[in-house]
Design a protein around this ligand. Structure first.
Ligand code: UDP
Ligand code: MG
Length: 314
């Protein structure tokens, strides 16, 4: 039986690109035997003629289906909707702007057939990426891998290919703010990687603005790491363990040992040390509260407790 691959394409104001990307994918599949494909466009509330174009394509070709969002919800949500609605044995996410080289699809299929559950494309370089995005993405991965609960593979793009069981497990995530690739990394599974060079965007401007990317980055820090929350506590410990001994030294030195160095601290200085010590206590208390908030946070995220790779019951 032919296996069916779903190609999920989030599209936001891509009127010139949707037919190009559909054509490119069609060409690729014409050269692959034993695999059929479906293209699932997710129109992310485009304000231009993207939807119109997608509808035309879908009318001409029954490989092509679509989902129209009522407004712009962002790419992460669009890809998630695609995963939730796609059919077939595996899915792959491709950008509408032809930046992902679709002729790599056979390679993805090959890796998948060799046993990988998730095949991730890793972008080697992005020609039209400005320095802000480059520096930003460098620090983003550095920070999230340093403080996060999951390891996110640097420069992994959303050119992902996943098997049915991964899709099934992915549908169990309920969190609202999400970064698709970090969730996929969180899930584990057998993974494989393909390195590629991103093309230039075919038409139009990148709509993933720097602001949106920053927002995504901040959201990811919050959802994938509790470190920012614990920072107050760590700071508190630091303060207590520096100012506590200092204060103690001055008190004991002045009133018990009559040490001249201890006497060199004025009354106000003593008061400042006392205040810092008390602030330290407050911060540590905040840190303690953060543990409870973290527990609530985990409950609210409602992530699946575990992800099953295989089972045999009957
Ligand atoms: N996209 C989307 N919703 C958005 C922004 C972007 O669905 O709010 C889609 C867009 O149509 C494209 C992909 O996400 O298919 C990547 O976006 P873009 O090229 O703007 O960003 P890049 O990652 O290339 O900088
Ligand atoms: Mg792009």
């Amino acid at each position: 039986m032919e296996k069916v691959i779903s190609i999920i394409i989030p599209a936001y104001n891509e009127q010139e690109n949707v037919s190009l990307v559909a054509k490119a994918i069609k060409d690729v599949f014409q050269n692959i035997q034993n695999y059929d494909y479906r293209i699932l466009f997710v129109d992310d509330g485009s304000t231009d003629n993207t939807l119109q174009k997608i509808k035309e394509l879908s009318a001409q070709d029954n490989h092509i289906c679509y989902l129209e969002f009522s407004r712009n919800f962002g790419k992460e949500i669009a890809t998630t909707a695609g995963i939730q609605h796609c059919q077939g044995d595996a899915c792959i996410m491709v950008d509408a702007d032809l930046q992902h080289p679709v002729d790599l699809i056979p390679k993805f299929i090959a890796k998948w057939e060799k046993g990988a559950d998730i095949v991730t494309g890793i972008r080697e370089k992005n020609k039209n990426e400005g320095w802000i995005k480059k520096v930003g993405s460098y620090f983003f991965y550095k920070i999230i891998n340093a403080i996060g609960d999951v390891k996110v593979v640097p420069r992994a793009t959303d050119l992902h290919k996943k098997k049915k069981k991964v899709i099934k497990e992915y549908k169990r995530f309920t969190e609202k703010e999400r970064m698709t690739r970090a969730l996929i990394d969180w899930m584990g599974f057998k993974r494989d990687y393909i390195y590629f060079n991103a093309n230039e965007r075919a038409n139009g401007e990148a709509s993933y603005s720097k602001f949106k990317l920053l927002k995504l980055a901040l959201n990811s820090f919050v959802s994938y790491s509790l470190f920012p929350l614990r920072l107050a506590g760590y700071l508190g410990f630091l303060i207590i363990f520096t100012f506590g001994p200092a204060g103690l030294f001055i008190l004991v030195g002045k009133y018990f040992l009559n040490n001249s160095f201890a006497w060199s601290f004025s009354g106000p200085a003593q008061l400042a040390i006392l205040l810092a010590f008390l602030i330290g206590i407050i911060l540590v208390s905040l840190g303690l509260i953060s543990f409870y908030i973290a527990a609530i946070h985990r409950e609210v995220l409602n992530r699946p407790l575990y992800v099953v790779r295989e089972s045999k019951f009957d």
